[in-house]
Each structure stands twice: as C-alpha cells, then as structure tokens.
Design a protein around this ligand. Structure first.
Ligand SMILES: *Cc1c(COP(=O)(O)O)cnc(C)c1O
Length: 392
C-alpha cells in the first residue's frame, strides 16, 4: 500500500475564503481598527465559548501566550518557574523571555511530569508551567492539589493538546491560565498563532494591555473595565497581537475540532493496538480520567541497544515512515540538554533515559484509516530489522 504524506498539515476549510477575500479587499487586517466584531475579537468570543472559560486573548503564538501569562502573574525578575524536563524548547525560552528562571522537573516513562520531583521543588517555586505534550495530560488533580496548597499558580501549556479532557474538564481550563498554539502542526492550523484563556479578569486585563492594546483599545475586549483602568499606562506594550487574517483562517476550523480530535484518537488507538504485538514497543496507557487528543503517537523502544535503535529509525525511514527518537535525533528541541541557553542546566537522569528510547511518529488526523495498518507494518518490520541487523 502507498504510504500517505505524514507531514501534511490540516487543509483550511473553504469557508475561510470569502472572509479572507473581504479582508484583502478592505485592507482591514488590524484587530483594533473596526469598532467591533473584528475577526480576532469574534475568534476570542468563540474560543472562550468552546472552552467554557470567561476570557480569551488571541496572540501571535503560544510562546507569546506563555510569556504574557508569566508577565500577567506579576512575577519578579529571577522568579523560579517549574517546567517539565520534557517539553518544547519554546517553554524554557518563554520563561527566560519573561526574565524568570526555568527549573526543570523530571519526567517519567509515560511522558508526564514526575509528581514527586515537582513536590520536592515546589517550596522554592513562584509558578509552575505544565506542558501537556502531544495530546496527553498529566495528573492534573494531583498537580492542582499540591500547587494550590503551596499557593503557587499553574499555567497550562496546552499548545499541542487542544481537545484533551481530564476527568470531564477541558485541558487548559484547570490552571490559572491555559495557552494554546495555532502553529501548523497543531490541531488547528493558522501557520502561526496562539491564544490564552482564563477566568481571572485582572490577569487577562494585564495580558491584553501587554499584548498591545495601547491607549484605550482594551475597551474592545469584553472584560470588566475597571480591571483595565488599574493598569492603564503602567505596563509595557509588547505588541504580540494576532492579525485578522489569522483569525479568518482559524474561525472556520473551530467547528471541526470535535471531529479532528475523534479522528486523531481513533488513529492513535488503532496504531497503538497494532504495535502492541511487538514486545519491543510500549505505548503508555492513558491515565484513568484522561481522554486524549493526539495527532501523533509516542512509544518507548524496549530492550533495544543504541545500535538497534539507530537501525530501527533507519529501517522505518527507508520504508517511508519518519520516526524521531527525541533523545537521539540531532539537536532535537525537546531534549533538555539542547536548552543550553538555560542557566545552570541540570542533569535529569530519568528524563534522559526516557528520551533515549521514546519515539515520535506523526499521525495527522486526516490520515485515512486504511493506511494505518501500513504505517504500523512499517514500524513492526523496522523492529524486526533492528533485532536481525543482517536483514536490514
Ligand atoms: C508547539 C508548542 C509550543 C509553542 O507553540 P508556538 O505557537 O509555536 O509558540 C509550546 N509548547 C508545546 C508543548 C508545543 O507543542
């Protein structure tokens, strides 16, 4: 069977075209030009409604959303922000951008933050960012319980987990602020873009001003106006706004979110069940209470030497499926030892061991079901090849 293109992003629904045409004709691309109902403002209202949160602020990227969240929390210079040792380099980068210090926590074989290491480091922490990697979530009940008890605010980095549900609650609505990405390889594709959600009027008012609602542009946001008055002229304007064009690309995708999440989960679970045939592949189970929203699959290679891991990756690639082992692919942005811009970068033995065997394979949600067997066969064949090197 011909393997599908596993790298293509989601196509933009035709419904976007008329609105983009209208924007091109009028030139009305700046979110604060129209007195009301600018596409960015409509996106914020619709996204907040989908998530069941009070406020949303659309910005230029999820990194910008994380940065503004840290700034809105009013963290002083050198505040300590706990982050998982397994996340995208954008996360420690946002912390550094906000003049704070990233403090890395160990991550287990199931790709979730090690709750004991989090608890051990919490007494010295000023904030916590939890990254929900690739449609998974950590145990948010345990995390919120210990962080709330310690009085430490939690920011959820749900960049790549839009649609994931934890015990009936939407991921991104559990912490003080939730941040999402619309970069091309996430569940909703605008090339670039991000959004933050919160129920806290004062936090969102500060984030709105700092995102670039200069002068009285904040009046176009449906937030209690006295929350803004307090901060007028007292906050820097970082100008991280979203353009109307991006909002026009995103809005018609929102109604497709439910289907995309279901298709992605179906693809993931089907491939996981086929891979379970091999004693050398382990796909971690969802946590009890977790309903995932994956557009990729992660699994750990079991009982493979370093050489066998390399043979496996090459054999899969030759057969048409690109596998990234987070820890062995050159300069991988999710391997913490490549974050050399972090001061006093620690060693995390547990996380390192996981990254050296954890594989990542993209499974776009639009992949036809018929092709999933072929993808799994390639991975299983590649395992065979790795275990019998002369057959590679
Ligand atoms: C993609 C991603 C980001 C960054 O999102 P941008 O919109 O590209 O800034 C942050 N964290 C995680 C876990 C991601 O997957």
């Amino acid at each position: 069977m011909q393997l599908p293109d596993m790298h293509s992003a989601e196509a933009i629904p035709d419904a976007a075209r008329a609105e983009i045409d209208r924007l091109l004709t009028s030139g009305d691309l700046f979110r604060y030009n129209a007195p009301q109902n600018a596409p960015v403002a409509l996106l914020e209202a619709e996204f907040a409604e989908v998530m069941g949160s009070k406020y949303a602020l659309a910005v230029s990227s999820c990194s910008a959303a994380l940065f503004l969240s840290l700034k809105a929390l009013g963290l002083p210079r050198d505040a300590r922000v706990l982050i998982p040792g397994f996340t995208f380099a954008a996360v420690p980068s946002a912390v550094i951008h906000a003049d704070c210090l990233p403090v890395l926590c160990e991550v287990g074989e199931n790709y979730r933050i090690d709750i004991n290491d989090l608890i051990a480091k919490l007494p010295d922490a000023d904030a916590v960012i939890i990254s929900h990697m690739r449609g998974h979530t950590s145990d948010m009940d345990a995390i919120m319980a210990v962080c709330t008890a310690a009085g430490v605010p939690v920011i959820e980095d749900a960049a790549h987990s839009l649609g994931t549900v934890w015990n009936g609650q939407k991921i991104g609505t559990l912490g003080a602020i939730g941040c999402f990405s619309f970069q091309s390889y996430k569940m909703i594709n605008a090339g670039e873009g991000g959004i933050l959600i919160t129920d806290d009027a004062d936090l969102v008012a500060q984030a709105i001003i700092m995102s670039g609602a200069y002068e009285h542009n904040w009046k176009k946001h449906p937030v209690l106006q006295d929350a803004f008055a307090r901060h007028q002229n007292r906050l820097p304007l970082y100008n991280l706004r979203m353009s109307n064009l991006s909002a026009a690309v995103i809005r018609p995708q929102l109604p497709h979110l439910g289907t995309r999440v279901e298709d992605g989960r179906r693809n993931h679970d089907h491939v996981a069940s086929l891979l379970a045939q091999s004693p050398h592949i382990h796909v971690p189970e969802p946590l009890p209470g977790e309903v995932r929203a994956p557009d990729s699959i992660q699994f750990n290679l079991v009982d493979l030497s370093d050489d066998e891991v390399e043979t496996f990756v090459k054999a899969a690639e030759t057969r048409g499926v690109k596998v990234q082992v987070f820890g062995t692919s050159a300069d991988n942005a999710r391997a913490f030892w490549n974050w050399q811009f972090v001061p006093d970068l620690p060693e995390l033995p547990k996380t390192r061991a996981m990254l050296m065997r954890a594989c990542d394979v993209r499974l776009p949600v639009h992949l036809p079901v018929e092709t999933l067997g072929a993808v799994s066969d390639v991975l299983l064949d590649a395992i065979e090849a790795a275990k019998r090197p002369h057959a590679a």
